[in-house]
Ligand binder design. Structure first.
Ligand code: ATP
Length: 661
C-alpha cells in the first residue's frame, strides 16, 4: 500500500525562510537590518538626546561615556542623530523598492507570458530607459519637486523597474512552458488566473532577491542625494547630511566618519549579502521544484490547409473525434519541416484508440495538435479536427480554450511535472472544481474528495493536504486523472500515461482508465509505444510510421491478422511474443527523420518484403477490408487472398524479395 511520505506541517511551511536561516551569511545581515529598522522607528524612545541638542563643551569629542559614538562640530550626539536620520532613508528605500516591484512584476510577467508586440514594446522601452543615466532624470524630477526625497525615490523606482522587469520576464519564459502551466491551460484555467496562481509564485523568489539589490542601490542613492543637499537641508539629522558634516571635519576629527559612513556602508553590505543569501536559498528551495519546459505553446487560431495530402475517408458520422488529413510542421531557421503528414483517424464515444509506433513516428505531435498544444515552432499546416460535429479548426483560441479542460482532457507521461510544486493537491484540484462547477468551501472539498475516490485514491483526505513531491508516481498520475475528470471530459487524451511507472502501477492505472471509461462513457485516445498497453485497453489501433498512418484496425484484427509489414515487425519485436529459444525479431535500421523521408514507401529501406514497385512512388492508404486500412502496395500478395478481398483494387506487380510465411 502506498503511503504519502511523512512530513510534518512545519517542515513544509516557509521553505524559503528555513533555507535562509540555514545560512549564517543571511542571519547576520538580517539581524543587523532588523536592528536598524527597529531602532530608527523607535528613535524618539531610544535616542539619548534630541537630534539637534547642542553640547558645545564636548564638540568633536570622539566616543565617550556621554556620547557613545562621539559628538559633531556643534556637540550634537552622533548616535542620536543617526537614529533619528534613519527613518527618512528607510522610507525612501521602501518607496523605490515598492515602485520598482509594482511595475516590474506585472510588466515582466506579461511580457514573458503574452510575448508578441507587448514584449517587443517592453524591450524597446527597457533599452531606452537603461540608456538614460538615472541621476540626470532624478535631477530633472527634483527641479519639478524641489528637495522632495519621495519624488526622487519613486523616480528611481521607475528607472530601475525596466531592468528588473527584464529579469522577471526571463524567469517567466521557462515557467510559461512548464508542464503544470500547460496542464492548467488544458484544464481550462484562464490565462489571467494562470499568471496570478502559477507564474507569480514562481517569479516571486527572483523578485525578492532583485528587490534586495534595488534596496541597496536605493540606500546609496538616498544618502547621496542628502549628501549633495538635494533632498535635505544643511545640518538636518539625515544620513546624507550627517556624512557630509563628518566629511568636513575629516582633518580635525576623522572619527566622525566611522559611525556615519560605516553605518551606511554596513547597511549596503547587509542588503547585498541578504540578496546573495536569498539567491542561494531560492536555489536550494527551487531544486525540489524543477521546471521542465516541454510540449506547450498555443497554436494559431485558424489552421491553413497547405499540406492536406492524401484522399481521406469521409468523417465517420458516429465519431466523437474525426481527424482528417492532419499535417503538422515545425519551423526552424525559417524552414518548415513536415512532422505529421496527412493523418486521418476516428475515435467514437466510449472507444479507446491507441496511437502506436516507434519513437519519432509523430504520435505525441498528432495528439498534442488535436489539443493545440504544440511546442513553439509547431503548427497545423493542413487538415481538419472535428469534435462532436464541430470543426475545431474554425474555433478561435478563446472558444477552443473553453473546450480544452472540459470536453477535452489531457494526462501526460510525467504527472508530477504537470502539478505545480508550490501548491497542495487540494488547492490545485479545488481550483479546477471551482472553475468547472463554481463550488467553494465545503462543497468544493467534497467534490475534490469525490474525484479522488473516483480515481480509486487511498487516503483521499491526506492526499488533499499533500504537496506533489509527497506523492508516488502512481498517485500523481491518479491526481492528474482526477484533475482531468474535474471538467467531465468526453475525450481524454493520454500521452504515454504509464511509461514512467513501474509495471504493477502501470497495470493499476490501465485498469483505472478502463473502469473510468466504462463508468463515464468517455472516449480515450492513448499515445503509447507499448503494444501490451494496446492489447490491454484499446478497441482500435492506429499505427504511425514517419508521420503517416501505416495501419488502422480494430485491436483484435491488428493482433490477429496485421496487414502491414511494419506492424508485423512491431508485433515480432514485442518481447511478449518472444518464443523460448527463438531470437526476438528486430526491425533493422531506424525511422527516417522528418525532412529526409523518401518519396516512395517510407518503410521500404527497412522492409523485408520491399519490391521494386515499393520504390516507384508514394504509397496510398488502402482499405482492403472493412474498417481495416493499411499502407502497403503489396498487401494483396503478402497478406490477403485476392479472391476474398474484393475492395482491393491495386495490382501487385513484381516479385517480393522475401515472402510472408
Ligand atoms: N518541438 C519540436 N521541434 C522540432 N521538432 C519536433 C518537436 N517536437 C517533436 N518534433 C519532431 O517530431 C517528430 C515526432 O515527435 P513525437 O514526439 O510526436 O514522436 P513520438 O512518436 O511521440 O515519439 P516518442 O515516443 O519518442 O515521443 C520527432 O522526429 C521530432 O524530431
Amino acid at each position: 500500500m502506498t503511503h504519502i511520505a511523512a512530513s510534518s506541517p512545519h517542515t513544509r511551511r516557509f521553505p524559503l525562510l528555513r533555507a535562509l536561516f540555514r545560512q549564517p551569511t543571511a542571519v547576520i545581515p538580517l539581524v543587523f537590518l532588523l536592528l536598524i529598522i527597529v531602532t530608527s522607528l523607535f528613535a524618539r524612545q531610544i535616542a539619548p538626546y534630541a537630534p539637534d541638542a547642542f553640547d558645545l563643551p564636548n564638540r568633536l569629542s570622539g566616543p565617550t561615556a556621554r556620547h557613545l559614538l562621539g559628538a559633531d562640530e556643534l556637540g550634537r550626539d552622533m548616535l542620536s542623530r543617526l537614529l533619528y536620520g534613519g527613518t527618512k532613508a528607510l522610507v525612501g528605500i521602501v518607496e523605490a523598492v515598492l515602485t520598482a516591484v509594482l511595475i516590474a512584476l506585472p510588466v515582466g510577467i506579461l511580457a514573458g507570458y503574452v510575448g508578441g508586440a507587448f514584449d517587443r514594446a517592453v524591450s524597446f522601452v527597457t533599452d531606452l530607459v537603461l540608456a538614460i543615466p538615472a541621476i540626470i532624470l532624478v535631477l530633472v524630477v527634483l527641479t519639478v519637486f524641489p528637495a522632495n526625497l519621495h519624488a526622487a525615490m519613486v523616480a528611481l523606482g521607475v528607472l530601475v523597474a525596466p531592468g528588473f522587469a527584464r529579469i522577471i520576464r526571463g524567469v517567466t519564459l521557462p515557467l510559461k512552458e512548464a508542464d503544470f502551466v500547460s496542464a492548467a491551460r488544458v484544464a481550462g484555467v484562464s490565462e489571467g488566473t494562470i499568471m496570478v496562481r502559477h507564474i507569480l509564485p514562481g517569479v516571486l523568489r527572483t523578485a525578492i532577491v532583485q528587490a534586495s539589490f534595488v534596496a541597496a542601490n536605493a540606500l546609496l542613492f538616498a544618502v547621496g542625494l542628502g549628501f549633495l543637499g538635494l533632498t535635505a537641508t544643511p545640518g538636518e539629522a539625515e544620513w546624507g547630511q550627517i556624512v557630509a558634516a563628518a566629511a568636513q571635519q575629516i582633518s580635525t576629527q576623522p572619527w566622525l566618519l566611522v559611525p556615519s559612513g560605516g553605518l551606511i556602508a554596513l547597511m549596503a553590505l547587509a542588503l547585498m549579502l541578504l540578496g546573495n543569501a536569498l539567491r542561494d536559498a531560492t536555489a536550494d528551495v527551487g531544486s525540489g521544484a524543477e521546471v521542465r519546459p516541454v510540449k506547450t505553446g498555443t497554436e494559431s487560431a485558424r489552421m491553413p490547409r497547405e499540406h492536406a495530402s492524401e484522399s481521406a475517408r469521409l468523417p465517420d458520422p458516429a465519431a466523437l473525434l474525426s481527424v482528417r488529413n492532419l499535417s503538422v510542421v515545425f519551423e526552424s531557421r525559417g524552414q518548415d519541416t513536415l512532422i505529421v503528414d496527412g493523418v486521418s483517424f476516428d475515435v467514437r464515444a466510449g472507444e479507446t484508440v491507441g496511437l502506436v509506433g516507434e519513437s519519432g513516428a509523430g504520435k505525441s505531435v498528432t495528439a498534442l495538435a488535436v489539443l493545440r498544444l504544440l511546442a513553439r515552432g509547431g503548427r497545423i499546416s493542413g487538415g481538419q479536427v472535428i469534435f462532436d460535429g464541430q470543426e475545431l479548426t474554425d474555433l478561435d483560441d478563446r472558444a477552443f480554450a473553453g473546450l480544452r479542460g472540459s470536453a477535452l482532457g489531457l494526462i501526460s507521461q510525467e504527472p508530477l511535472s504537470s502539478l505545480d510544486p508550490a501548491f497542495t493537491i487540494g488547492s490545485q484540484l479545488g481550483e479546477l472544481v471551482q472553475l468547472h462547477d463554481g463550488l467553494r468551501g465545503a462543497k468544493n472539498r467534497e467534490r475534490c474528495l469525490e474525484l479522488l475516490r473516483q480515481v480509486q485514491m487511498r487516503q483521499p483526505e491526506r492526499v488533499l493536504q499533500a504537496y506533489p513531491h509527497e506523492l508516488s508516481g502512481g498517485m500523481a498520475q491518479r491526481v492528474a486523472i482526477a484533475m482531468a475528470l474535474a471538467g467531465r471530459p468526453r475525450l481524454l487524451i493520454a500521452d504515454e500515461p504509464t511509461t514512467a511507472l513501474d509495471v504493477t502501477v502501470q497495470k493499476e492505472i490501465l485498469s483505472l482508465l478502463r473502469d473510468l471509461q466504462r463508468d463515464t462513457g468517455m472516449a480515450v485516445l492513448i499515445v503509447t509505444h507499448n503494444l501490451g498497453v494496446v492489447a490491454d485497453i484499446c478497441d482500435r489501433v492506429i499505427v504511425l510510421y514517419a508521420g503517416q498512418v501505416f495501419e488502422d484496425a480494430g485491436v483484435y484484427e491488428l493482433f490477429d491478422r496485421p496487414l502491414n509489414p511494419y506492424t508485423l515487425g512491431l508485433l515480432g519485436a514485442n518481447p511478449a511474443h518472444a518464443q523460448p529459444g527463438q531470437p526476438l525479431t528486430v526491425i533493422p535500421g531506424r525511422v527516417p527523420p522528418p525532412g529526409s523521408w523518401p518519396a516512395h514507401c517510407r518503410f521500404a529501406a527497412r522492409c523485408a518484403f520491399a519490391a521494386p514497385e515499393c520504390l516507384a512512388g508514394p504509397v496510398p492508404l488502402l482499405h482492403p477490408v472493412d474498417h481495416h486500412a493499411s499502407r502497403c502496395i503489396r498487401i494483396d500478395e503478402l497478406f490477403l487472398n485476392p479472391q476474398s478481398s474484393p475492395q482491393f483494387t491495386s495490382t501487385a506487380a513484381g516479385a517480393g524479395q522475401q515472402e510472408a510465411s
